[in-house]
Design a protein around this ligand. Structure first.
Ligand SMILES: *[C@@H]1O[C@H](CO)[C@@H](O)[C@H](O)[C@H]1NC(C)=O
Ligand SMILES: *[C@@H]1O[C@H](CO)[C@@H](O)[C@H](O)[C@H]1NC(C)=O
Ligand SMILES: *[C@@H]1O[C@H](CO)[C@@H](O)[C@H](O)[C@H]1NC(C)=O
Ligand SMILES: *[C@@H]1O[C@H](CO)[C@@H](O)[C@H](O)[C@H]1NC(C)=O
Ligand SMILES: *[C@@H]1O[C@H](CO)[C@@H](O)[C@H](O)[C@H]1NC(C)=O
Length: 503
């Protein structure tokens, strides 16, 4: 079985649940939201009080004195009560939380949505890591300040560096700083699989305590993922439940081996596997790369929603028949060959190349492939030909090769990146492993690339699973150790379109 798409969650309600939602929504929701908001309003001054009149220098140390013993329990109680008003009446805790000397960091998974903050009252309001943009939000900003959270801006490399050194200082402080809490997945999922753990929590090489967060409810209302249910729906549906169950399970502290200490990525992977096993879900290589969910395969990024498949379905919506698609593909191919390296086209040219009825569809296609209103036609052509199945893979690879080799008959490392980006439909930033697997002398030849893409234990999965025509290939089997062995795409019929033209 392929692991499920972890980034989509939608709530499906039965008729009865809808009726109940509306009734409770009218009666209960306003009251609950009001009380919950009241809690947050009370938290605000408490949070402000923590650092009122404290010097900048003192702020960079852990809080102590009355600001700790008085304000901390008040805040913990208020935050727990706020969640009670959101229908989390009971919180079930399994296992024992280790103290911060035993395990300076708690790693919590799966990350489902903002309701996960529920875990904070159960962990003595452990210190979190947050995006620095959040510190500007009303109330939330004050709460982050109260928490002495580590702030990091995703865009700014300097801020990342600062955050890493701050993390390192806190995690190796031997109990001087309070315990930290991190969601190593770094983004929310639907919980059907664990996505790849980011190394942040594991960089310092200190023991971690894995914490499982479960919501054992008939209706899964708490998840807020990349696609599907919005945060407002999530809040609405959760707050209109009579009760929402949540279980926090503390697993035994995990002490890293010497090897794991010196290799944070390995450490992260091993903890991920352990937690996946305890949750009984697959441990996967999925990550969110910028705004695009991808899975990783030997350094390559395979997009979940392949732009090529999406383009094909857009064309189908425009009443394209199979032969229309083939005609469009061959027109694009000729255009690419004529244009060579500089094959940028804009939406208007796309309209005429594909014989589209409206410009909007062309704009939609551009949007799938790039940030502006132009696309590299090679990328559109090669990626679509790969998943449309209109051409045998060998023939397609030959065509793609000639589009990227600059007439030399072999590819440099950079040209290989370009070709792989065209094949997959999104830019590839890390083809060094593929390059060294393929390259015998300095440059990559077509035969070597074909051999690696069809027989290499890792990369043949790209050809045999990911680039398969039809919808079947849209879910990527990428669990560790999964392997499939069919090379039907390589010997896939006669390839009417290209076998005639490309030789
Ligand atoms: C919460 O869990 C209990 C069992 O522990 C179950 O009977 C109940 O239906 C659950 N609540 C919801 C809303 O699913
Ligand atoms: C590139 O991919 C290889 C193989 O998966 C990986 O070990 C390496 O860390 C990656 N490099 C970067 C910069 O992402
Ligand atoms: C596709 O065909 C259907 C039925 O023939 C028609 O109603 C629809 O408008 C067409 N769509 C486009 C985008 O041309
Ligand atoms: C690919 O197909 C050929 C014959 O079609 C077969 O001999 C070979 O074992 C297959 N390779 C794999 C990896 O399945
Ligand atoms: C390939 O084409 C030949 C003649 O055009 C035809 O007889 C044969 O069945 C085709 N093979 C496949 C696999 O489509």
């Amino acid at each position: 079985m392929d692991p499920p798409h972890p980034f989509i969650h939608e709530i499906k309600l039965t008729q009865w649940q809808k009726i109940r939602g509306v009734v409770l929504g009218v009666v209960l929701l306003p009251l609950r939201i009001l009380l919950c908001a009241l809690c947050f309003l009370l938290m605000w001054p408490v949070a402000r009080l923590r650092f009122a009149g404290v010097s900048e220098e003192e702020r960079s140390r852990p809080v102590s004195g009355w600001r700790l013993w008085l304000l901390h329990p008040v805040m913990r109680t208020l935050s727990r009560v706020a969640f009670v008003f959101l229908s989390f009446h009971w919180l079930k805790v399994k296992g024992r939380r280790a103290d911060n000397k035993e395990a300076p960091v708690l790693v919590v998974a799966p990350h489902s949505g903002f309701m996960d903050m529920m875990v904070l009252p159960a962990t003595e309001l452990a210190t979190v890591v947050s995006r620095s943009e959040n510190s500007g939000l009303p109330v939330i900003g004050a709460l982050l300040e109260f928490n002495q959270a580590v702030l990091v801006s995703r865009k700014d490399p300097q801020s990342r560096k600062n955050a890493v050194s701050q993390l390192n200082e806190r995690l190796t402080s031997n109990g001087y700083w309070p315990q930290m809490l991190m969601f190593p997945e770094g983004t929310t999922t639907n919980g059907k699989a664990l996505i790849k753990f980011k190394p942040g929590a594991f960089l310092a090489g200190v023991p971690v305590q894995p914490v499982l967060l479960r919501y054992p409810n008939k209706l899964d209302t708490v998840r807020w993922t990349f696609k599907g249910t919005t945060w407002l729906e999530c809040l609405w549906h959760t707050a209109t439940q009579p009760n929402t169950n949540c279980t926090v399970e503390f697993l035994p502290v995990y002490k890293p081996s010497e090897e794991e200490k010196s290799n944070p990525a390995l450490y992260a992977d091993n903890v991920q596997k352990l937690m996946a096993k305890a949750l009984d879900v697959p441990a996967t290589d999925y990550v969110l790369e910028g705004p695009v969910p991808v899975s990783k395969l030997g350094g390559l990024s395979l997009p979940f929603d392949s732009p090529a498949r999406k383009t094909l379905s857009l064309l189908r919506k425009n009443n394209f028949t199979w032969s229309d698609v083939e005609t469009a593909l061959s027109r694009m191919m000729y255009r690419c060959r004529a244009q060579g390296q500089g094959s940028k086209v804009d939406a208007d040219e796309l309209v005429s190349l594909l014989e589209l009825k409206d410009r909007q569809t062309a704009l939609n296609i551009c949007e799938l492939y790039s940030k502006d209103e132009t696309v590299d036609l090679r990328q559109v052509y090669v990626s679509m030909a790969a998943v449309s199945g209109s051409v045998p893979f060998k023939t397609l690879l030959h065509t793609a090769f000639t589009l990227y080799d600059d007439g030399k008959g072999s590819l440099s490392a950079e040209e290989l990146s370009g070709l792989m980006g065209a094949l997959l439909g999104i830019p590839q930033h890390n083809t060094s492993e593929l390059y060294s697997a393929t390259c015998r002398h300095d440059r990559v030849t077509e035969d070597d690339l074909l051999r690696v893409l069809t027989t290499h234990p890792t990369y043949q999965r790209l050809t045999n699973e990911y680039l398969q025509p039809e919808e079947a290939g849209s879910h990527l089997p990428m669990t560790n150790g999964h392997s499939v062995n069919n090379n039907k795409s390589v010997v896939n019929g006669n390839g009417s379109l290209h076998s005639k033209k490309s030789d």
